[in-house]
Design a protein around this ligand. Structure first.
Ligand code: FES
Length: 572
């Protein structure tokens, strides 16, 4: 086979090709490196410190079998992995580092194709960013959600029920001891969070972008069909290499619009916004916040899954799966974008039966008529902020109330439960210093807890605003990703407690009552700047010096665009 990238290493009769071949034989058949067999890297985010991805070594074995069977040569390539619940200060700080390291390793090695094994929140985004940047044929294997755990006979939703139960403790409705007893039941099996959180959402995004075998996303991690689809992916990557079908052929502007529709129809995570913007940026695609608002507008919510609804990912699979859910809104999808199979996504959206209409709703009676992520603008968020109406309280989507401002997450924790805090159910909680630069890393703290005294009064939701993100498993009337963030000099830095804040989701506006002159005056007052200590070394310094704002995906400015798959100079 001519034209394989790996022949740049292995072709020839000279000393360097000798070195490349000799060290890579390691027991493979003699013809493995003869220039006719695609060399496939299995980018593997398995790690014992990424609990959601711990099973991916087993998955990699199935992929390997498929690659051998189809005439390729597989290589396990362990790459940077990020465990959402354990990595500090936030896995998002490391997403770009992981993507950059993956990209460089893909390019530096003799590979013709990539199989991307991801699962936990940041792993699929980082893998797709890297694959987009090298533009080598690639397919995603989503590691799959875990099975549903139960506590005292009731299903537990990963993340979502942690937030719910901890608020029950703070509100005095259950004891802390009862809360802690649920801990052992939360994670029932291998796999990632079983709600429509960020991991599930990014699997749906990968599938809607066309980057998985259609029908793969949402397959539970312990299900044997995950391994058979992984085997099939191993076979398919060889076809992709032969057809020279690259990520840029699959991930087009229209496929991103399809993914936005898919996220809305499945009640997906707000985190998908920064991840899709970053992936698109690597491909040079002009995807904007407006595209999310426009493409997601009037898309109905078709699935009854936590955090927007009731059920869990295992139920979705039982009810027909992701394709059955998307097929309910088939007419909304762009017809042209292809998948890794070479066929359009829409070809897979017919003949998908629904087995449980309490999980996947019929088109005529969706769970919600308009589930798209709304983009808000105004003098509080000149470059935009987002809200997920599907996870919010309908009555709060239009709201006017006085701000209660916290300068940092520590400030919020110190004062939130103070009985003397001047706060009512009408107040708007404002948290700043939690954006990409300010934290740094843009943590998932935007769904800040409610003040204890209001919880005890029975308050269940309030308007909250921040430059942070929110866990995909969380819910509430939470406005996120305010851009520019406070640490970048955005107006959020100059809001004061007592300022009147106006939210109008229908009108897509977010503002506070301050004149331009007053805002100018405040911006010149050093006292009103949010607390912000710039890091002085290492990745954090590189990140803070170069990270872009949330409205463009919070990637590093010098990583935008593709560097392609060029083969570098020889090392010997
Ligand atoms: Fe890994 Fe939720 S913690 S997916």
């Amino acid at each position: 086979m001519g034209g394989l990238r790996s022949t740049e290493w292995y072709d020839g009769q000279d000393r360097n090709s000798y070195i490349h071949r000799a060290w890579m034989r390691r027991g493979t058949p003699d013809d493995s490196l003869d220039g006719t067999k695609p060399q496939i890297a299995i980018a593997n985010t398995a790690s014992d410190l990424t609990p959601c991805n711990m099973h991916l070594d087993e998955v990699a074995e199935s992929v390997k079998q498929g690659i051998w069977e189809a005439g390729g040569v597989p290589y396990n390539l362990p790459v940077v992995s990020l465990g959402e619940t354990v990595v500090k200060p936030t896995a998002m700080l490391w997403r770009n580092m992981a993507a950059m390291a993956m990209e460089e390793m893909f390019r530096a090695n003799p590979v013709d194709g990539l199989v991307l094994l991801g699962g936990c929140d940041k792993t699929i985004p980082a893998l797709l960013m890297a694959a987009a940047s090298v533009n080598i044929p690639a397919i995603v294997v989503p590691g799959g959600p875990m099975l549903t755990g139960h506590f005292r006979g009731e299903a537990l939703g990963c993340g979502t029920d942690v937030w719910r139960l901890s608020e029950e403790v703070r509100g005095g409705r259950i004891t802390n001891g009862e809360f802690l007893k649920s801990e052992a039941s939360m994670i029932r099996s291998k796999g990632h969070c079983n709600t429509m959180g960020t991991a599930s959402t990014m699997a749906v995004v990968a599938e809607a972008l066309g980057m998985t075998i259609p029908g793969f996303a949402g397959t539970p991690a312990p299900d044997s069909r995950l391994l058979s689809m992984s085997h099939e992916t191993g076979r398919l990557i060889i076809e992709l290499v032969k057809a020279n079908r690259r990520p840029s052929d699959i991930m087009t502007k229209e496929s991103f619009l399809n993914a936005i529709i898919a996220v809305a129809a499945t009640g997906g995570s707000t985190n998908s916004v920064v991840h899709m913007l970053a992936i698109a940026g690597r491909l040079g695609i002009d995807l904007t916040l407006e595209d999310f608002d426009d493409a997601g507008r009037d898309v109905p919510l078709m699935v009854n899954l936590q955090p927007s609804g009731e059920f869990l990912m295992d139920d979705l699979y039982r009810a027909g799966g992701v394709l059955a859910a998307l097929s309910q809104v088939k007419e909304l999808f762009h017809a042209e974008p292809i998948t890794v199979t070479g066929k359009p996504l829409v070809d897979y959206l017919t003949g998908q039966p629904v087995y449980d209409e309490t999980v996947i709703f019929p088109r005529e009676v969706p769970l919600m008529a308009d589930a798209g992520i709304a983009v808000l603008r105004g003098n509080l968020a000149p470059r935009g902020a987002i809200i997920k109406p599907a996870a919010a309280t309908a009555e709060l989507l239009q709201h006017v109330g006085p701000a209660v401002v916290f300068d940092s997450i520590e400030d919020m924790r110190a004062r939130l439960d103070d009985p003397d805090l001047d706060v009512t159910a009408d107040s708007v909680l404002v948290l700043r210093g939690c954006g990409p630069r300010g934290y740094p890393g843009m943590p998932e703290v935007g769904n800040m807890p409610l003040p204890r005294k209001l919880l005890e009064q029975g308050v269940r939701d309030m308007v909250r605003i921040s430059d942070a993100r929110m866990s995909g498993t969380a819910y509430g009337t939470v406005i996120l990703h305010v851009a520019p963030e406070a640490a970048a000099g955005g107006p959020l830095a100059f809001v004061r407690t007592g300022d009147i804040i106006r939210l109008d989701v229908e009108g897509r506006s977010l503002s506070f009552d301050v004149t331009d002159e007053e805002l100018q005056e405040r911006s010149q007052s050093a006292a009103s700047e949010a607390a912000y200590a710039a890091p002085t070394r290492g990745w954090e310094k590189l990140y803070v010096d170069h990270v872009m704002q949330a409205d463009t995906g919070a990637d590093l400015d010098f990583l935008v665009g593709s560097s392609g798959d060029r083969v570098s100079r020889e090392s010997h």
